[in-house]
Design a protein around this ligand. Structure first.
Ligand SMILES: [Mn+2]
Length: 337
């Protein structure tokens, strides 16, 4: 199915007066939550009825964002929807169990699907698509849309949008950070976002379990491909020992990439005996979105991930081999360092 281009006017028109279902993507991050809360606020100015829903538990890290408490779990959501708005993702496989809410709609009552996303993915679903791989965050796109459409941005909405931009750019450190990122962020600060407050809430209120699992992961770190690959793994027993949950493992992979000489960093997290979550980061030249796609995942050129079938040992072997081979190919092609 090929989608029509979603213009700012279209998006306004589609949302106006509609019952809008806004799912977070699985393993929701600051950009997913921030963009959903901002659009939900915009919906209230467009006489529409937004429902923000999350298949996975919503990280309490973001509970400082106004509207966080109203995010519902799929089992608490009923009724019909006119519009399904996918933000920060472009496939139904990324919204987890929310998909069931869509699938159970009777023929003829299927909601219209609109997508706003900044990921480069092969697969897209939907009737309307606004895709911008040049945007640092979906929150940048939503901010532009709200400004373009003259929709009010309260202090709370500014904080939500700022948080999405800040987290997706690693607080203005990743290569996706542009002059436009700073310009939008400056406007959001004028509208009430407080950078120090957001940084405190997101980065400096970690639980002991999160610090302990980080310690465990760093202790278990290994290298491959002559030190150009750094990897670690977290098993169920690591989680049990430290009292951590899988969401406490987010961000650990960035520490691996910080080792000098590393091009590719990978963390393997055991979901159960047959499923392993893999997160990839690269430093300068390896396209990890492509690597993740070859394992059924997706993401950005420097940050991507995949949920893979197989025990942690099987998955690790496959991924390290493929990753090391791709590094060698890049280097043999003269495009690497
Ligand atoms: Mn994003």
């Amino acid at each position: 199915m090929s989608a029509r281009e979603l213009t700012p006017e279209n998006l306004r028109e589609i949302l106006s007066g509609s019952r809008v279902l806004i799912p977070l993507h699985v393993a929701p991050d600051g950009d997913s939550i921030g963009s959903a809360l901002a659009v939900a606020s915009a919906c209230r100015h467009l006489d529409s009825k937004p429902t923000v829903v999350s298949s996975d538990p919503v990280p309490t890290t973001y509970s400082f964002l106004p509207g966080w408490e109203a995010i519902r779990r799929p089992e608490r959501v009923g009724g019909q929807f006119d519009v399904l708005l996918l933000l920060d993702c472009s496939s139904l496989s990324r919204i987890g169990r929310v998909r069931e809410l869509v699938d159970r709609a009777k023929p003829g009552e299927r909601p219209l699907i609109a997508v706003v996303d900044h990921h480069r993915t092969g697969e897209t679903v939907g009737d309307y698509l606004w895709s911008d791989a040049g945007a640092a965050a979906t929150c940048e796109m939503i901010f532009d849309w709200m400004i373009d459409q003259g929709l009010p941005i309260s202090g709370g909405v500014a904080t939500a949008l700022y948080t999405g931009i800040a987290t997706d750019t690693g607080f203005y450190a990743f290569p996706n950070t542009s002059a436009g990122t700073f310009r939008r962020s400056a406007q959001l600060v004028q509208l009430g976002a407080r950078p120090h407050h957001v940084h405190q809430k997101v980065n400096e209120e970690r639980s002991m379990a999160e610090i302990r699992i980080l310690g465990r992961a760093l202790e278990k770190m290994r290298v491959a491909a002559g030190g150009r690959v750094a990897w670690t793994e977290i098993t169920r027993s690591d989680l049990t020992d430290t009292g951590a949950g899988t969401d406490d493992t987010e961000g650990i992979v960035n520490h691996l990439r910080s080792v000098a000489g590393t091009e590719l960093a990978v963390i393997f997290v055991e979901m159960d005996t047959e499923h392993t979550k893999v997160s990839f980061r690269s430093r300068e030249y390896l396209d990890v979105a492509e690597l993740a796609r070859s394992f059924g995942g997706g993401g950005h050129a420097r940050a991507a991930g995949a949920k893979m079938s197989g025990s942690i040992a099987e998955v690790r072997k496959r991924v390290i081999e493929t990753g090391s081979r791709q590094l060698r190919l890049r280097e043999a092609g003269g495009q690497g360092k």
